[in-house]
Design a protein around this ligand. Structure first.
Ligand code: AMP
Ligand code: ZN
Ligand code: ZN
Length: 398
């Protein structure tokens, strides 16, 4: 009897050890879907051809960095996970969320969703992150077991070496879910535009670093259990200095506050002023559209959150909104944040490893479906009431 119990015990443990799948989630910030077509990315293309490659990964609106990284790890639209932009204001108490302030970025009160590392940790898995927007919350159970304070100066190879060392830890300490983040393509895309030689260089740097990651992972004893998912948060589009609309100019003397992000603007104020602003904007609705928050078109899924402006202004593709001549949009050559149905805003999705089909090309995937996908691979129960749906994406698994 005792021998039998011991045998069953060993068998169960062996199953736990050998059937465990690992997921390494890699983000190349601002890597547009069609950058893979430039003939600059042999490593990424080879990996894509051997595994799953979607035509594109559709971001959520607004197609910015923090809203999208949060949607990828929560399966929620920004109106539900709470990070509606890289910076925004709580109109009730005047506090400001901005990614430039590490106090705000690490304050758990802004983050309403449950990230995959929280889901996984609740169910006993170890998780780790070498950068991911929203991975540094100041509450024990809300960050990955291992996480790093964001510092863009840390070399890409150092990030990968750390991740590989974590994947070499003893079983009980080894993370089953790990993230990596690289900012190269976003930085160059903004400064020089998506069609510049500098952006081509950034694309090549990403590909080279991805080759390094693959090579390092190949040296691990658990290599056959590691699934790699490569995503980007959004794409990038070329800006033009003669496609800039000054919203403050249109609304001067109306007595409202205008917050412009270039690809989006909010108008806030007392009801009468806001209505007046709405009428004036409607009369001048040229190269942009204005909506009351409650009347935003459903397809944006950007309405049900009180931190969204009373009015929302969305420019035409490639046009920028501004409040004055010193705005960011006058200084950059590329931007994103626009309509998430526009292909210029779409990112990449490629995946490989034993959980995925081989040589499988598919259409556009929505980034909110990535959370339930990863839960499936890790064999954990996703959080209820999410916006993403496993059935939209499950077909890419074996
Ligand atoms: P944006 O292009 O404005 O949407 O934001 C991209 C910028 O976000 C990049 O240049 C990064 O430097 C910055 N960023 C990325 N991850 C983090 C993070 N975890 N904390 C703070 N800033 C970050
Ligand atoms: Zn980004
Ligand atoms: Zn950017």
């Amino acid at each position: 009897m005792r021998v039998f119990v011991l045998f069953v015990f060993l068998l169960l443990n062996a199953r736990v050890v050998f059937s465990s799948q690992y997921v390494v989630l890699v983000s190349f910030d601002g890597f547009r879907w069609d950058y893979l077509e430039r003939g600059l990315t042999p490593n990424l293309n080879r990996f894509a051809n051997e595994g799953v490659r979607a035509i594109s990964l559709q971001p959520v609106f607004p197609s910015g960095t923090f809203p999208n990284h949060c949607s990828i790890v929560t399966g929620l639209y920004p109106e539900n996970h709470g990070i509606i932009g890289n910076n925004f204001r709580n109109p009730f108490d005047g506090t400001i969320y901005t990614i430039r302030d590490s106090n705000a970025v690490t304050d758990p009160r802004w983050y309403l969703g449950e990230a995959i590392w929280e889901t996984a940790r609740r169910q006993g898995l170890v998780t780790a992150s070498f950068f991911w927007p929203s991975s540094e919350l100041k509450l024990d159970w809300r960050h990955p077991n291992i996480f790093m304070k964001y510092d863009p100066r840390i070399p890409y190879k150092t990030r990968i070496d750390s991740v590989v060392s974590w994947l070499s830890l003893p079983f009980d300490k080894r993370p089953r879910f790990v993230t990596l983040y690289f900012e190269e393509t976003d930085n160059r895309g903004h400064s020089f535009g998506p069609n510049s030689p500098q952006t081509d260089t950034a694309i090549m740097i990403c590909d080279e670093i991805f080759g390094y990651l693959l090579e390092k992972i190949q040296s691990l004893p658990i290599k056959d259990s590691i699934n790699i998912i490569v995503v980007s948060d959004h794409g990038m589009t070329e800006l033009s200095k003669d496609k800039i609309i000054n919203i403050s100019e249109i609304l001067k003397n109306v007595g409202v506050k205008v917050y412009s992000y270039g690809y989006l603007a909010f108008v806030n104020g007392v009801v009468d002023s806001v209505e007046k602003a709405f009428r004036i904007l409607k009369q001048n609705e040229n190269h942009f559209k204005v909506y009351r928050r409650s009347e935003m078109p459903k397809f944006y899924n950007f309405s049900n959150n009180p931190f969204i402006g009373d009015l929302v202004i969305i420019p035409e593709f490639g046009w920028s909104l501004s409040t004055d001549i010193n705005d960011y949009v006058y200084r950059v050559k590329g931007n994103h944040g626009y309509d998430n149905y526009w292909m210029d805003m779409h990112g990449i999705f490629i995946a490989g490893g034993s959980s995925f089909k081989k040589g499988y090309r598919v259409g556009t995937i929505r980034n909110i479906d990535v959370y339930p996908l990863i839960c499936r691979i890790l064999n954990i129960m996703p959080r209820g009431n999410i916006d993403g749906k496993l059935e939209n994406i499950e077909y890419i698994l074996k």
